[in-house]
Design a protein around this ligand. Structure first.
Ligand code: NOJ
Length: 733
């Protein structure tokens, strides 16, 4: 539809109809082709609000979507279609590894392919917009939602943000098999105080601009159609009511012209934050701040009319917001094609098809991170291997947000290894959730199913299996439901019963590979002392078990690197590599000096740093060479190394380039990732790897809050992880 037509439509709409466009309810309001009046009125919504709603969330299934859309459009005074939105995070029915794992691949193509597959499946099932990507920078492993992000690094997150949006939307979200992307959670939701979900965020403006905003910007540059506000306050102001954030930063500075949607009930929560007296004031603040859609509350629906009629809110603000919703529908082609790709036949064909499963497996293989290996891996097919632990048969390995997928479609380790032909036996050893305990997941309750009286028996069987085996692969970790939204943990260790299992097994067989399932960095001190190899497999998705088998047996070597530092202990958190020097720099040669920035009882360094990860082979790096030692503004220089596979097998390395601005008008991070390249080399093969450095890469918010690169000396580091000391220096004139 032409813009002029949209404006005409807007002009014809009544006040109620316009307000309706800003309301988003979920499926509980719709029963087939009619409106479920019960839930609507219980929650304070009138039937009219639902009838005139602009969008709906979490309704999926081609038949369902078509039926609701048809009935809605027939009853709507101007026959305006709904937009169907849903949380399609790491897959719809075929599930890829969780986003944090995708970050570990250090290969944005993995995320792009995942988003393409998700878009194909979800669009066939009627979804038109996904609430993804979440690009919040995450540095506190206690926060459950770190699993939804690609990690702690500004650059890595930004590259992935762009790739995900491109994957979902392609070059035009209107096209078949594409869906609109909604980048979230604006802003800085990933920095809740003390890692507790929904908690307040205190950040300096400089940290916000230098570290937190770039990934959202990258998603917008890639064309994301929507932005979702965050639950948190930012420097005391709830995001959905933050005029400076939404109007100045997002719209003026970043130039965002799309639609802003509140997070679930976030407008009403302005009141609970204590920043509005009541829902009516919350509605006014949110609309004034530029929040267009009210997800799941009555604030806009019940109070905007009054506010406008009383002259407290300018109708122009409403019109602007409504126009942005209509424009969104137009960008998705809904006026011409309100069902978009919803198609029962396509659903049958695409969901979990062989091609999607294969892609999910290839993706998963790239995300595993090998933290330790004394040569015990890869496994050999003739070896007798005991796979022990609660994760051997577990299918809840698809990640907390896979709410439209089915766990039973996932390949467990037992299934994957058996199909691969490993000489293996499987014993659970202990339960993932203790007998009688339960964990509330996103959309179901997980209850421990084991019988307490079998506890000892299970353990004995596992110990016996370990004794008789050449090697043990211990499949342990946190439960999927211990990660994700509202899953903050104060203690980031592996559950105690699984550590006991590890200890018991170690008494009879020391050839232990620990395979770790997790949605966050965990404290692995104990594991490190008892395991000869540690492979982090995160929540690997639908093809987890088959991907794991191929990596364990060496068909594909592991190639992931940590996208978040694994702390030594929870007391270090938030711990991240791009920290700042203090005025009391720690001198490792003199740990006895008291007055340095350090802990008395634990080291400053994480157990495993950002960017770290081993392969089955080894690589050597030459020194860093620079094409010149002076960078002229507007010019570029090349930094290179020669990378050689000096081991005995083919493998992959992620060559990482970090830059430090040695002195600035404000303190600068000790180093920042500015480039990476993932390469596969055969044994003995070598390759020159070069990075181009430009003035733009050196910019930061200076003492006057200008985004500039300051003249002076810079150090460039190129190596295997964020600790590399392989360096050279250049000067920016
Ligand atoms: C709340 C979550 O914070 C957000 O990420 C999600 O998209 C919405 N709920 C909708 O389900």
């Amino acid at each position: 539809m032409e813009q002029q037509k949209l404006l005409e439509l807007l002009g014809e709409m009544s006040l109620d109809e316009k307000i309706g466009q800003l309301f988003q309810g979920n499926g509980s309001f719709y029963e087939g082709d009619s409106i479920a009046t019960g839930p609507a009125s219980e929650q304070g919504f009138s039937e009219q609000t639902i009838r005139e709603a602009g969008s709906v969330l979490s309704v999926v299934g081609a038949g369902n979507v078509k039926q609701i859309q048809k009935a809605h459009m027939e009853k709507h005074p101007h026959h305006i279609p709904l937009v169907f939105m849903a949380d399609i995070i790491n897959g719809y029915r075929t599930v890829f590894p969780i986003p944090l794992a995708q970050g570990a691949a250090f290969n944005p193509q993995v995320a792009k392919t995942g988003a393409q597959v998700a878009a194909k499946e979800a669009s066939a099932a009627g979804v038109q917009v996904t609430f993804s990507p979440m690009v919040d920078l995450v540095r506190d492993a206690r926060w459950g939602r770190v699993m939804e992000s690609t990690g702690e690094d500004v650059y890595l997150n930004s590259v992935y943000a762009g790739a995900l949006v491109e994957g979902y939307q392609g070059d035009d979200p209107k096209k078949p098999g594409k869906i609109g992307a909604c980048v979230k959670h604006f802003a800085a939701y990933g920095a809740p105080t003390a890692g507790r979900d929904y908690n307040n965020v205190e950040l300096s403006e400089r940290t916000l601009r230098d570290d937190y905003l770039p990934a959202y910007e990258a998603a917008l540059r890639a064309g994301a159609l929507l932005v979702m506000t965050s639950f948190n306050t930012l420097n005391r102001i709830p995001s959905s009511a933050n005029k400076w954030l939404m109007r100045q930063v997002l719209r003026e500075e970043m130039g965002f012209k799309g639609t802003v949607i509140s997070d679930w009930a976030a407008i009403e929560e302005i009141m609970y934050h204590g920043a509005a007296m009541d829902r009516k004031e919350a509605a006014r603040l949110a609309l004034e701040a530029g929040t267009d859609i009210d997800m799941m509350t009555t604030c806009y629906a019940n109070y905007l009319k009054e506010l406008i009629e009383e002259g407290k809110v300018d109708e122009k603000l409403l019109d602007e917001a409504v126009l942005r919703v209509l424009e969104l529908k137009n960008k998705l082609g809904l006026f011409e094609n309100p069902f978009k790709d919803a198609d029962e036949e396509a659903e049958k064909e695409l969901l979990l098809c062989a091609d999607h499963r294969e892609k999910a497996k290839e993706a998963a293989k790239e995300t595993f991170v090998l933290l330790e290996n004394n040569g015990i891996l890869p496994l050999k097919k003739e070896e007798k291997v005991a796979f022990i632990g609660p994760y051997t048969e577990e299918k809840a390995i698809i990640g907390a947000w896979s709410i439209f997928a089915r766990e039973e479609d996932a390949v467990s380790i037992e299934e994957g290894v058996t199909a691969y032909g490993g000489n293996a036996i499987f014993e659970k050893g202990c339960e993932l959730i203790s007998e009688g305990a339960s964990i509330q997941g996103m959309n179901r309750l997980y209850t421990g199913t084991g019988m307490a009286e079998n506890r000892e028996k299970k353990l004995l069987k596992a110990v016996k299996a370990a004794k008789e085996a050449d090697k043990v692969v211990l499949c342990i970790g946190e439960h999927m439901a211990q990660t994700g939204e509202a899953a903050s943990r104060g203690d980031i260790t592996i559950p105690e019963n699984q550590i006991t299992l590890l200890e018991k097994i170690a008494e009879v067989n020391q050839n232990i590979v620990v395979m770790l399932f997790s949605g966050r960095p965990l404290d692995l001190r104990k594991v490190k002392t008892l395991a000869k190899a540690i492979l982090v497999v995160w929540m690997p998705g639908t093809e987890g078990g088959s991907a794991i088998a191929e990596v364990l047996y060496g068909e594909t070597p592991p190639s992931g690197k940590l996208p978040m530092s694994f702390p030594y202990a929870v007391g270090q958190v938030p711990v991240f590599y791009s920290e700042f020097h203090t005025g009391r720099r720690m001198d490792p040669a003199h740990p006895e000096n008291r007055f340095q920035s350090r802990y008395m009882d634990i080291p400053n360094e994480p157990l495993y740093p950002f960017g770290y990860g081993l392969s089955y082979t080894e690589f050597s790096y030459s020194v860093v060479t620079l094409s010149k030692t002076e960078l002229i503004r507007g010019g570029e220089l090349k930094a290179s190394v020669l990378l050689k596979n000096v081991g005995k097998s083919r493998g992959s390395e992620v060559v990482q380039m970090y830059i430090r601005d040695d002195v600035g008008s404000v303190a600068r991070p000790v180093r920042e990732l500015k480039g990476f390249q993932k390469l596969w080399l055969n044994a003995g093969e070598e390759k020159e790897v070069s990075f181009t450095i430009t003035e733009d890469m050196l910019k930061f918010h200076d003492i006057n809050m200008n985004n500039i690169a300051e003249a002076g000396k810079f150090t460039v580091f190129i190596g295997s992880d964020s600790r590399t000391q392989n360096q050279a220096e250049f000067v920016l004139k």
